[in-house]
Design a protein around this ligand. Structure first.
Ligand code: PRP
Ligand code: URA
Length: 209
């Protein structure tokens, strides 16, 4: 069964409050999403494999740890996922970045895929799919379906805010994919928005409406 990790780190919770706030403008919103993505990436990468490296300190020769060179792929779900990419790349600069374009049909709330471009070596990479919002779960489920269809075997999903409905749907659809969330909110409203949430993540990130 998928593990659901909810981050209770005070810095993440503090920044999330300002991300939610309607009075936070586009520039600050973008900066905060970027910062929270970095903080979450720090936790998500906790299990990365290490190997020994022989080095020489000014004092003596020693064996020390370095990352074992695992291939990582970051996949934002367009549009809003783009806002989390740089934050993750801050910590994993060698990662490749794929893109999956999905929008929610406003009537059916079902995801519609309009773009996909991934690194060529999908089966060899560990993927982190990023999107600020997990609402009904439809977009994240579909993005992970697309990755699996192309051979991805190791996937994590990271978001800022989730609705309980989305967490349930996602973990049921993808029990092998661990989920990393900054906060699980109360519910979805009748339009499929997360309550209290942060509004439309794409619009707040890019200043559209
Ligand atoms: C938002 C968000 C997720 C999706 C979540 O994207 O960024 O991708 O909704 O909703 P779900 O869990 O019910 O599928 P949106 O469809 O608004 O597209 P946009 O990023 O292009 O604005
Ligand atoms: N997409 C968003 O951007 N916000 C929500 O609350 C739900 C879906």
């Amino acid at each position: 069964m998928a593990k659901v990790h909810v981050f209770d780190h005070p810095l993440i919770q503090h920044k999330l409050t300002y991300i939610r706030d309607i009075h936070t403008g586009t520039k600050e919103f973008r900066e905060l999403v970027d910062e929270v993505a970095t903080l979450m990436a720090y936790e998500i990468t906790r299990g990365l494999p290490l190997m020994d490296k022989e080095i020489e300190t000014p004092v003596q020769k020693t064996s020390s740890k370095v990352l074992a060179g695992k291939k990582i792929g970051i996949v934002p779900i367009l549009r809003a996922g783009i806002g989390m990419v740089e934050g993750v790349l801050n910590l994993i600069p060698a990662a490749k970045v794929g893109h999956i374009g999905l929008y929610r049909d406003p009537k059916t709330l079902l995801p519609v895929e309009y773009y996909i471009k991934l690194p060529s070596d999908v089966p060899e990479r560990d993927f982190i799919v990023v999107d600020p919002m997990l609402a009904t779960g439809g977009s994240a489920i579909e993005a992970v379906n697309s990755l699996k269809k192309r051979g991805a075997k190791s996937i994590k999903f990271m978001c800022l805010i989730a609705a309980p409905e989305g967490v349930e749907a996602f973990t049921e659809a993808h029990p092998d994919v661990d989920v990393y969330i900054a906060a699980i909110d109360e519910k979805l409203d009748e339009k499929g928005y997360i309550v209290p949430g942060l509004g439309d993540a794409g619009d707040r990130l890019f200043g559209t409406k």
